[in-house]
Design a protein around this ligand. Structure first.
Ligand code: SF4
Ligand code: SF4
Length: 302
C-alpha cells in the first residue's frame, strides 16, 4: 500500500472515530447491467441517464476534494464501465467495487472487488440466471486479485444447509473473505417472497457466528456485527434513516450525479434493513471492536 493511501485510510478511520462528517461516496457509475436477478431492486426502478466518462471522472475528483476519501461503486454492473473503475481507484484512497463477477476481476490500484453470489450453483442460478455460478467461479480461479464474496440472504437461500454449503464452497476458492447482507425490502411486489422475518433472521445470525467458528476468519461476520442485527440487540439503535450511519457518513449518488438517500434507493425500508456495510461499521465503532475493525480494514485495503 502506498504511503498516501495509508494516510488517507487512517484519516478516514480517525474521522469515523472523532466526527460525524461524511467520509464516503457511494456512486452508481452505470445504470446498465448484464443480469436481471430476481431479488434485485435495481432493474425495478427508474434511472436517469449516465454521465459521460469525463463528466463522471470530474465528478469523482470533486467528491474527493470535498473530503470523501472512500468510494463504493455500484450499478447496474460497474465492470460495464471499467474505465471508471480504474479512474476511481486512482482518485480515491480506497475503492470497493460491487460486481456480479461475470466480467472477471481485473487488477486495479487501490481497489477491491466484491462479488455477489447467492448460494451454491442451483440456488444461485435460480436467482441470478443459468450458468452464472460456474462462470463466476471460473473467474475467481483466474483472478489476479482475490475478490471478497457477498451473499444476500433472502427466503430462497436462507436454509442453514444452503448457507453452510455455500460457505464451504467459497472457502475452498482463492477468495479474500465472505460477507452477508439480509434482503432489505424496497416496496417491491417481491418483498414478501424475499424478506426473512426478523425473528427468523435472529437465528440465522447465530448460525453465521457458528460458521465463523467452523470455517475461520474469512467468514466476515463477528459477534459485534451480530448484535447490530439482532432484534433484541442494537438493531433499533439504527434502523431509522436519521439514525443510520448512511445518513451522516455516506453520500449516495445516481449515475447522473444527483443525490439519493441510500444505495438501496428511495423506497428502502430502514425498519427492516439488512445492510452488511452498516452492520460492519456499527459493529466496529459502536462500541469500538477490534475484531470487526479488522473486517472493515479488509474492505478498505485491497
Ligand atoms: S447483477 Fe446486481 S444490479 Fe445486476 S440485476 Fe443482479 S443484483 Fe441487480
Ligand atoms: S435502508 Fe438501511 S442502509 Fe439504507 S438508509 Fe435505511 S437503514 Fe440505512
Amino acid at each position: 500500500m502506498q504511503l498516501a493511501t495509508a494516510l488517507g485510510i487512517t484519516a478516514t478511520l480517525a474521522k469515523w472515530l472523532a466526527s460525524q462528517r461524511p467520509t464516503s461516496a457511494a456512486i452508481d457509475i452505470t445504470q446498465r447491467c448484464n443480469l436481471k436477478c430476481k431479488h434485485c431492486y435495481w432493474w425495478q426502478q427508474e434511472h436517469p441517464p449516465e454521465m459521460s466518462t469525463q463528466e463522471m471522472i470530474q465528478f469523482m475528483k470533486g467528491l474527493k476534494s470535498q473530503g470523501l476519501r472512500v468510494a463504493l461503486l455500484y450499478g447496474g454492473e460497474p465492470t460495464l464501465r471499467l474505465e471508471l473503475c480504474r479512474a476511481a481507484s486512482n482518485i480515491f484512497d480506497s475503492t470497493l467495487i460491487f460486481t456480479n463477477g461475470l466480467n472477471g476481476f481485473p487488477r486495479l490500484n487501490g481497489a477491491q472487488w466484491l462479488v455477489s453470489l447467492e448460494g451454491p450453483r442451483e440456488i444461485n442460478d435460480s436467482i441470478r440466471g443459468d450458468g452464472v455460478y460456474d462462470q463466476v467461479v471460473k473467474n475467481i480461479l483466474s483472478a489476479p486479485m482475490s475478490p471478497l464474496v457477498h451473499m444476500t440472504i433472502c427466503r430462497p437461500n436462507s436454509q442453514r444447509e444452503v448457507i453452510e454449503e455455500f460457505v464451504r464452497q467459497m472457502c475452498s476458492l482463492p477468495i479474500k473473505g465472505i460477507g452477508f447482507s439480509f434482503y432489505t425490502p424496497v416496496s417491491s411486489p417481491e418483498d414478501d417472497k424475499l424478506f426473512v422475518p426478523l425473528e427468523e433472521r435472529d437465528t440465522i445470525v447465530d448460525f453465521l457466528l457458528a460458521l465463523r467458528e467452523r470455517y475461520g476468519g474469512r467468514v466476515g461476520f463477528t459477534p459485534a456485527m451480530a448484535r447490530q442485527l439482532k432484534s433484541n440487540g442494537k438493531f433499533k439503535e439504527w434502523n431509522h434513516y436519521e439514525l443510520c450511519p448512511v445518513s451522516t457518513r455516506v453520500r449516495c449518488f445516481k449515475a447522473d450525479g444527483s443525490p439519493k438517500p441510500c444505495t438501496y434507493g428511495e423506497e428502502a425500508d430502514c425498519s427492516r434493513c439488512g445492510c452488511a456495510a452498516v452492520v460492519a461499521y456499527r459493529g466496529a465503532f459502536h462500541p469500538l471492536d477490534l475484531e470487526t475493525l479488522r473486517v472493515i480494514m479488509g474492505l478498505l485495503i485491497p
